[in-house]
Ligand binder design. Structure first.
Ligand code: DOR
Length: 445
């Protein structure tokens, strides 16, 4: 008797461990149950994917969704709406909310807010601070925790561990791979006078490449001393790429679509909308980060989706806040690089699903394989489209890519076998749930 599935994705070209090829995917209870030629199978629903490419669900491991406390910019519902409209099936959200996510109670609050309200699955980074360092071993293992995140240089919010002894204390406590915003706070303080009022192009002069490199060197030195794994978020300089290639045993590397796509040439056009920490820099940094992608030095792509309202961005620099949205545009912007030959589709998958699984030990996501969650990002690699502010699912309603024409577009977002987004529409009520991690599996599931 032919097998029966809840849903079958038929006639798509699937990117998985067998390479790129025509395969059907059958799903039972939200998990992938069979991959192959399933034309004879019966199914509750059949999704015709003719002409489409099916990728493992894209996991964005760095987003700021602002809830609780800053929900005039974004909340977990709107941020995850933007995510699934952009083909993202799971996000790891950052702790610089208000209150900060630095305790069991604040983490549990976020998990409760996200469950069945977020459109995609999720985990939350817990902020490491001087005050909670003794609690980190328990905090990093709590349900819904992605791990510990530390700001070494100040950015939006009050999280900061700027000193070597503080970093050493954090890394002595953590067992999971902790993530770092690596900009040297001491140099940032010394150089504050270099900010030119009204000129956002001075942002990357103030927060210069040495600021990033100094901090990353300190961080790697401490990680080696302590014997800890570290994840360096949003690497923005060629110097760090050339440094980190010698330290892949301890350090993983995140790069962002904006550092790969935009450059300091764009400040004149985008003004404070381009203002971001660490900054978007001169084109030669962008080129060296691409080299890091081509050589496998970069492990994963994160959007660092960091929404601020246009009214906030309209304040004159440097009163304007740093951060730009990105979760919805990660897939189309990077697929356009695929279409242009700068990135292979296999490398895109490596950096957006296999990479997050490898670095953070996702228990059942990151692959199109039997037994895994049926999280799928279904794309049309040939579709040409223009990104616009009007498409934004985010509360802030703007994107630095407004008017950017791309080839390659997300058509469907499938979370645990449910069609959440199809052709730009949200088609299923939200059923977001926490991601599971091999290093912190809850007992008696
Ligand atoms: O530009 C940034 N904005 N960088 C960060 O690290 C934080 C983010 C935010 O939360 O706005």
């Amino acid at each position: 008797m032919a097998a029966t599935f809840d849903i079958v994705f038929r006639n798509g070209v699937v990117a998985n461990h067998d390479g790129l090829g025509p395969r059907d995917i059958g799903v039972v209870n939200g998990r992938i149950a069979e991959i192959g030629a399933l034309g004879a199978a019966s199914a509750g629903e059949v999704v015709d994917c003719t002409g489409l490419t099916i990728l493992p669900g894209v996991i964005d491991t760095q987003v700021h969704f602002r809830e609780p406390g800053l929900t005039h910019k974004e909340d977990l519902e709107t941020g995850s709406r933007a995510a699934v409209l952009g083909g993202v099936t799971a996000v790891f959200e950052m702790p610089n909310t208000n209150p900060l996510t630095t305790s069991e109670a604040t983490l549990a609050d976020k998990v409760a807010r996200g469950r069945d309200r977020m459109h995609c699955d999720f985990a939350f980074w817990v902020g490491g601070t001087h005050a909670n360092v003794a609690d980190l071993p328990e905090l990093e293992r709590l349900p819904g925790a992605a791990g510990i995140k530390v700001f070494m240089g100040s950015s939006t919010g009050d999280l900061l561990v700027e000193d070597d002894s503080g970093i050493e204390a954090v890394l002595s406590q953590t067992r999971r791979r902790a993530a770092f915003h690596s900009e040297d706070e001491f140099r940032l303080r010394e150089r504050k006078g270099l900010r030119v009022p009204g000129d956002p192009n001075s942002h990357h002069v103030w927060r210069d490449p040495v600021t990033a490199m100094l901090c990353t060197e300190r961080l790697v030195r401490i990680a080696r001393r302590v014997g800890a794994r570290i994840h360096v978020l949003h690497v923005s300089t060629g110097e760090e790429i050339d440094f980190l290639k010698h330290h892949k045993d301890v350090a993983s590397v995140e790069v962002t679509p904006h550092h790969l796509t935009l450059s300091s040439d764009d400040y004149a056009r985008l003004g404070t909308r381009l203002q971001m920490n660490p900054p978007v820099r001169e084109p030669h940094h962008r080129d060296r980060i691409w080299w890091g992608v081509s050589q496998g030095i970069a492990d994963i792509l994160g959007s660092d989706h960091a929404p601020h309202t246009l009214a906030e961005k309209a304040k004159p620099y440097p009163e304007s806040p740093s951060g730009m949205p990105g979760v919805q545009t990660l897939v189309p912007v990077m697929l356009d690089h695929v279409a242009n030959g700068r990135l292979s589709l296999a490398r895109f998958v490596d950096m957006t699903s296999a990479g997050p699984q490898r670095l953070f030990g996702l228990a059942n996501k990151g692959r199109i394989a039997v037994g895994y969650d049926a999280d799928l990002t279904i794309v049309d690699l040939k579709r040409t489209a223009t990104i616009t502010d009007a498409q934004s699912g985010s509360r802030i309603g703007w994107t630095p890519y407004d008017g950017h024409a791309v080839t390659g577009w997300p058509i469907g977002t499938i979370v645990r076998g449910r069609k959440v987004m199809w052709e730009g529409d949200l088609v299923t009520p939200s059923t977001g749930a926490p991601c599971l991690f091999a290093e912190a599996l809850p007992r008696n599931r």
